[in-house]
Design a protein around this ligand. Structure first.
Ligand SMILES: O=C(CO)[C@H](O)[C@H](O)COP(=O)(O)O
Ligand SMILES: [Fe+2]
Length: 217
């Protein structure tokens, strides 16, 4: 059995000392660093841009899992690649040229991810399943941390897992939003291989122990 990857979201970190927070996540056993990029248009919140990603890059060798919640992501894929992203994930709902953006990300030597909102049906991303390295299934409405997990998104996780296993696709299935130990356990048993989480990781009394028990899910 492959170990679950834990991708803490720095959306819940102390923004005044992000470098230290990233070093702390590495020390406490995180597998990836999940970076939520929001443009105030695709979602009603503004967070981090490519220059911040670039300035954080020297703080860890862990993969940067960059989650673009921006309209027309094709405008910024190169900037985030140059800034040091490893996985670049954009939203199906935000992009009218998905195949060419996937090609662009791969041409920059990066892993390509596609994400879908809770209300977006699975069949909208099915044609790209053999072209992506990561499917990020939102389990909250994107835009803010600290929301409640939407279990109605789980059938999409099950469907993705079925297709990956049947076709031998080499890709990760990530869930993002409202993930804690219990919802993470449900998501993993449904087929998720990556848990992206902000609040539950940063609020844990012992972050190392929390990440470690998620690895055993
Ligand atoms: O993409 C996101 C929000 O749009 C975040 O990654 C996600 O919400 C993590 O925060 P939490 O674990 O607190 O729900
Ligand atoms: Fe995210």
């Amino acid at each position: 059995m492959v170990m679950v990857k834990v991708a803490p979201s720095i959306l819940s970190a102390d923004f005044s000392r992000l470098g230290d927070e990233i070093k702390r996540l590495e020390r406490e056993g995180a597998d990836w660093i999940h970076i939520d990029v929001m443009d105030g248009v695709f979602v009603p919140n503004i967070t981090i841009g490519q220059s911040v990603v670039k300035s954080l890059r020297p703080f860890t060798a862990l993969p940067f899992d960059v989650h673009l919640m921006i309209t027309k992501p094709e405008r910024y894929v190169k900037e985030f690649a140059d800034a040091g992203a490893d996985y670049i994930t954009f939203h199906q709902e935000a992009c009218g040229c998905i195949p060419s953006v996937l090609d662009d990300i791969h041409s920059f030597g990066k892993k390509a991810g596609l994400s879908i909102n809770p209300e977006t049906p699975f069949n909208t991303i099915e044609p790209y399943m053999d072209k992506i390295d990561l499917l990020l299934i939102m389990t909250v409405h994107p835009g803010f941390g600290g929301q409640a997990f939407m279990s109605e998104c789980l059938p999409k996780v099950a469907e993705a897992r079925r297709l990956v296993d049947e076709n031998g696709y080499c890709m990760e299935i990530s869930v993002d939003g409202g993930i804690n130990y219990n919802t993470g356990k449900t998501a993993v048993s449904t087929g998720a291989s990556v848990l992206a989480a902000g609040s539950a990781i940063f609020k844990a009394p012992d972050m190392k122990m929390e990440i470690s028990r998620w690895h055993d899910l």
